[in-house]
Ligand binder design. Sequence first.
Ligand code: PLP
Length: 371
Amino acid sequence: MNIPLVDLKAQYRSIKPEIDAAIQDIMENTAFIMGKGVNEFEASFAKYAHTKHALAVANGTDALLLAMIAMGLGAGDEVITTPHTFIATIEPMIQLGIKPVFVDIDPKTYNIDPNKIEAAITSKTKAIAPVHIYGQAANMSAIAAIAEKHGLAILEDAAQAHGSEWEGKRIGSWGKVTGFSFYPGKNLGAAGEAGGIITNDDAMAEHMRLLLNHGSETKYRHTVIGYNARMDGLQGAILNVKMNYIEQWTEQRRANAAYYDEILGNIEGLILPYAEPRARHVYHLYVVQVAGNRDAILSALHEKGIGAGIHYPIPCHLQPALADLGYKAGDFPIAEAVANQIISLPMFPELSHEQMDYVAAILREVLAIKA
Ligand SMILES: *Cc1c(COP(=O)(O)O)cnc(C)c1O
């Protein structure tokens, strides 16, 4: 059997006529940059995210960049965040001269540990940037309480967490501004690059709308120096079709995770994902920890046709590109230990019980030998 980490073909096959019609419509109207598809998607996504404004942008990294600028973050400021994330959480900070200050993660949820945030606050700290890793909301009530006490803003990286919730409240409604990615493999995926920003703040929304389109207030009148961070019309139209399915797909992911939990529950040397009861986990990824030689176990899975992955093998504080920050091995022991033992198993809405049974059987076999 061959089981990819994510099967984008299965998703396309399930809604092909609608996607093809949406593409055809954009082609015939040549609405290639922003336009109707994008406007409709913004309205639909704002409703889904329970926020006033949604802005469609070129990708998730630009979403975070524009959010940081709109929040007034810049050179000399410090932002507290997690080392256990994709580098794109950090890149815009460096580009804006912001210093990322890392805090270790919770060993069960892999999200930033709120108990360690206060010790990292200095006179330069301006914001906390939690990442809802793998689709499970970070502890937003604890983070919001700390932010309130110290007068800090919250920027949420929800690139992996469409529809996730904390204490029944959609992520994105806790922070000032929240960034999403619609990279093809994300829970809501475009057919190329795309991203989104949500906020309830009118002034910030207006500022970001200028920034994403060359600072254009009206055509050829530029009130600020901005960026070309617009979403393509095709991506907007495709995402708009997928909005009709995102909730159903999320429930399928959750059901698949529950099935994995059941069939993997009694395997020696395996730690399953912890589902925090206050969070709605949307399982962008289903990440286990294995005892023993992780890389040998991963290779053995690949040999048997299982498209497992590692998210992520090197914590951000140890990335060569961030060496100037002065962090070293040992600074964040939990993030470092986790990075050495994690494996992401195939996870997507269309995953069948038969496929998951195969993953479980192979994992059991491999762990008995390699653990
Ligand atoms: C995917 C991702 C991003 C970046 O999104 P792009 O659309 O690829 O630019 C940012 N943060 C996290 C946590 C991500 O997973």
